[in-house]
Structures are given as structure tokens and as C-alpha cells.
Design a protein around this ligand. Structure first.
Ligand code: SF4
Length: 376
């Protein structure tokens, strides 16, 4: 793994210098434009075989609000999204709950399925056949066969690498007893997605106990994978958020300067064509984040909450547009797949998905119908 003096340099150089370098790199590749994707969020199931101690999304199957959405639920949420101008439908789900819990197996069996991935595939197909939305799938670690199953019915996929630290899987750490959070398993999924030409989103979760060197190592690992396959369309730098009902309720959140330095380091390390994103609802320092080198705010929903961070409302889109304008950037809507794959990399998209996306995109690959307000 490539770790050299640059990790030290990036941690010791004046923050303003590192941010200025990152911002210049961003401007050279992405110009004076910051993007977002208008999405509706479908939490297909909140049951999961893992138990990450920072997670508020997951519910034990015995809890009353554990759920597996029905096809009717999926379509209802999808239509709400369609009605408010969404183009992306984000399927978010826990990892393989049926391998651990009888209640999850029973819930799937009631819908006629044995495996969550098969149900997810069919829900993606349903969304494609019944709505105008493009599914993006966040299904965690995936096998070759699962990726092959999902690829024809999803425009893009994602899985946060989160951290490369195996140390954090030990007892007393956030990924203890989480089989899908063993870093090598997540790196394998990144690799498989590249081999199968899937436009892929990944990223780091900052402040869960990882060291600076581990962050830098993770960024290099992502970048190395992208160098081999060209499939990493975006990297998210997300800050850990303390919440009262999680195992890490007393764990400190990362400081603003730490986030800014990490974002800037990511921009400097990652290939320029990898979009750099930070969720806009987990902080209120939008202009500082722009100055650290991001070029995208990720998926923002006008109809559904952020189910991963339900206590943090999405900012109004016009506020984000104002922040962008104040920093000298235009604010524009993109699709779930970034323009370069739509315009120049047809091999990354199933032909039917590409046909649909081409109709939804401008000549430059951004969304043809630009909506920059919270709701219509
Ligand atoms: S963070 Fe993801 S993998 Fe971990 S418990 Fe929550 S849903 Fe499961």
C-alpha cells in the first residue's frame, strides 16, 4: 500500500495551504460548478446482520420499527419522488439480515423470497418499469453473482469503504463482530464492481477511531482501484455524528479543521476525475467545505429524510445554491451517474439504462430538467 511522506506533509502543512491546493485541483477538473442529485430515499430494510456501534439506521428484528418494505411501499415512495422532480431512487438496506435472523428470513418469505438481493433486484426492475426514476443501489458488500444480478436494473451502485482499519474490527471498536466491515471484504467489493464496470460511489466515515495514516491509506486504496478500472465516480467524506441512541453516544465528533484537512487531502490524493462529495446536512460550513475542494453535495431528497442521519434535515436547495454563489460556483443538478459515463463510457451502463439516461441528460451529461428548489 502506498503511504509515503505525503501523509505527513498533508497532516503538517498549514491547513490554508492544503485547502488552496485542493481547491485549485478541483477547479482545474470540475470548473466553477458544484452538483447535486435529486433523489428519493427508499430504506428497503433496516434489518442487518452487522451491528456497527455508530449506526442509527439498523433495527434488530425484534424491535417494533424493524421493517422490510413491500413492493407497494416502494412504489408509493417512488411516486412521491417522481412527483417532486426526483430522478434518482436510492435503495438503502442493511446487509444480509437473512443470514443471521429467522425473523428476516420470515419477512422475506412472506414476499416470496429467500434472499434480500433477489428481492432488491426485483424492486429495481419494478421501479424501472413503473416510474421514470433511475435506481442507485447501496447494498453493502456484494459477490460477483450479486453484482451481475443488479447491474442490468441499476444505474449505479455504492458502498462506503468507511475505513481500511482492521483494528476497528476488534472487541470494543465500532466494527466488532461485523463481518461486512472487515476491510478486505469491502475492498473486494470495490474491485468486483470495477471488474464488472459499475459506476461506483464509495467513501470514508471520519472520526470513528481511525488514525490519520489509516485515512490516507484508505484514500490510496480507493484510488488504486480506480486506476485499475476507472469506475469510482465519486468519493464521499462523511463526518461521524454522535447520537444519543448509539453505542458511540459519547465518542467525540471530528473537528471542523480535521474534516477540512481530510477533504483537501482526498482531493489531492484521488484522481482528478473522481468527484469529491460531502453531505450538506451534517454540518453548516458549506463555504468552508467548498474551499476545501468538494465539487458535489450528493443526493438530496425533497420528500424523504436522510434515513442514515434522521436527526439532520436536508438543507434547502436554494440555501445551497446561495452558498455556492457566494463562493463563486454555479449549482447544478446531475443524474445518479456522472456525465463522463453517460457521454463517453457506454461500456459502464446497461444499454437500456443508458437509453433512459440519455433522454434525461443534457448534451454535457447533467440533468436536462434542472430543479434547484426544495419542492415544486
Ligand atoms: S452501518 Fe450499515 S452495516 Fe453497519 S449496522 Fe448500520 S446498516 Fe448495518
Amino acid at each position: 500500500m502506498r503511504i509515503d511522506l505525503s501523509a505527513d506533509d498533508l497532516s503538517r502543512a498549514p491547513l490554508s495551504d492544503v485547502m488552496a491546493q485542493a481547491a485549485a485541483l478541483r477547479d482545474a477538473q470540475w470548473g466553477r460548478r458544484v452538483s447535486y442529485s435529486r433523489k428519493v430515499f427508499v430504506p428497503l430494510t433496516n434489518m442487518c446482520r452487522d451491528t456497527c456501534t455508530y449506526c442509527t439506521f439498523v433495527k434488530h428484528p425484534d424491535e417494533p420499527d424493524a421493517s422490510l418494505l413491500t413492493p407497494e411501499d416502494v412504489l408509493r415512495i417512488a411516486r412521491e419522488g417522481e412527483a417532486t422532480g426526483c430522478k434518482e431512487l436510492l435503495f438503502s438496506l442493511g446487509e444480509k439480515p437473512e443470514l443471521r435472523y429467522a425473523a428476516a428470513r420470515d419477512a422475506l418469505a412472506r414476499l416470496g423470497y429467500e434472499r434480500l438481493t433477489d428481492y432488491l433486484r426485483d424492486m429495481c426492475a419494478l421501479v424501472l418499469s413503473e416510474t421514470s426514476l433511475l435506481p442507485h443501489v447501496n447494498a453493502g458488500t456484494l459477490t460477483d453473482e450479486e453484482i451481475d444480478l443488479l447491474r442490468p436494473v441499476s444505474a449505479s451502485m455504492g458502498m462506503m469503504l468507511e475505513t481500511i482499519s482492521r483494528r476497528l474490527t476488534r472487541k470494543g471498536h465500532p466494527h466488532y463482530a461485523c463481518p461486512d466491515k472487515v476491510p478486505v471484504q469491502r475492498l473486494r467489493t470495490l474491485e468486483r464492481a470495477g471488474q464488472r464496470k459499475v459506476p461506483f460511489t464509495t467513501g470514508l466515515l471520519i472520526g470513528i477511531g481511525e488514525t490519520w495514516a489509516e485515512r490516507i491509506e484508505a484514500l490510496h486504496a480507493i484510488n488504486d482501484c480506480h486506476t485499475r478500472y476507472g469506475h469510482i465516480q465519486e468519493v464521499i467524506i462523511q463526518n461521524f455524528q454522535r447520537k444519543p441512541d448509539i453505542g458511540m453516544a459519547n465518542h467525540p465528533e471530528p473537528a471542523l479543521d480535521d474534516m477540512l484537512r481530510t477533504i483537501a487531502a482526498a482531493r489531492i490524493i484521488l484522481a482528478p476525475d473522481i468527484s469529491l462529495q460531502a453531505p450538506p446536512n451534517l454540518h453548516d460550513r458549506h463555504i468552508q467545505y467548498l474551499n476545501a475542494g468538494i465539487n458535489d453535495w450528493g443526493g438530496i431528497s425533497p420528500v424523504t429524510i436522510d434515513h442514515i442521519n434522521p436527526q439532520h434535515a436536508w438543507p434547502q436547495l436554494d440555501q445551497l445554491a446561495q452558498s455556492c454563489a457566494a463562493a463563486g460556483y454555479a449549482f447544478e443538478e446531475r443524474l445518479t451517474v456522472y456525465p463522463k459515463y453517460i457521454r463517453d463510457r457506454a461500456e459502464f451502463l446497461d444499454p437500456a439504462i443508458l437509453d433512459r439516461m440519455t433522454l434525461m441528460a443534457r448534451a454535457d451529461g447533467m440533468a436536462a430538467q434542472q430543479i434547484l428548489e426544495a419542492a415544486q
